[in-house]
Design a protein around this ligand. Sequence first.
Ligand SMILES: [Zn+2]
Ligand SMILES: [Zn+2]
Length: 244
Amino acid sequence: MTKRLFLEMMLEILYPRRCPLCRETVGQKGEKICPACKRSLRPIREPACKKCGKPLNRQEQEYCADCGREEHLYTRGLAVLPYEGAVRRSMGQIKFHNKREYLDFYGPYMAEILGQRILSWKVQAIAPVPMHPAKKRRRGFNQAELLAEKLGECLGIPVMPGLVERVRATRPQKELTRRERQNNLKGAFKIRGYDVKLKKIILVDDIYTTGSTVDAIAGELLRQGAEEVYFASLCIGRDDSEIL
Ligand SMILES: [Zn+2]
Ligand SMILES: [Zn+2]
């Protein structure tokens, strides 16, 4: 037995792995979620927005309300789960209660659900949506980066965690209006070490809301010479067209 394996076993005995959804200990060896919770997950299916992948309410709808009124700079995006209920609480646990180990389940799960579609895009690199360095220091990790690493590992696509940098701290997007969101992100991102051979890139994030962040980064990458920018998000909000 290798030293690493031994350490992992000891850690499992001392700190048994907990399910990211119900937070009970996961019984079986090597499992990252309990079977009942895995079965309860409802990954997004058709009808979904043809641009951002948001779940839609009606089959005949092509785009969500947001993509219907706004042109995006990215080519296409996909998301795994609606941002609601137990999944939403689980995301809160990761970010605010340091449950980064939950990403050991969510990363490979992203690959399981979106893998084939992502591979069909033939992207050359995966880049996580960056966090401002000061915020990352406080939290200790960037969940988008951990997701990107696991996704890249599962799909055999190189991950470039330093390609996009957040050079300016920004106000939380959810507090702002659409116009404010765009202004808020002006000059917030910088591309470092761009290789001219990089034509298709996929951005990875934990939650997609209106796409202003993805668009801001896509804009920078296109300026550098990228031809297409895609995104994959673990969670996404529901279409608001029914509420309006
Ligand atoms: Zn569970
Ligand atoms: Zn959409």
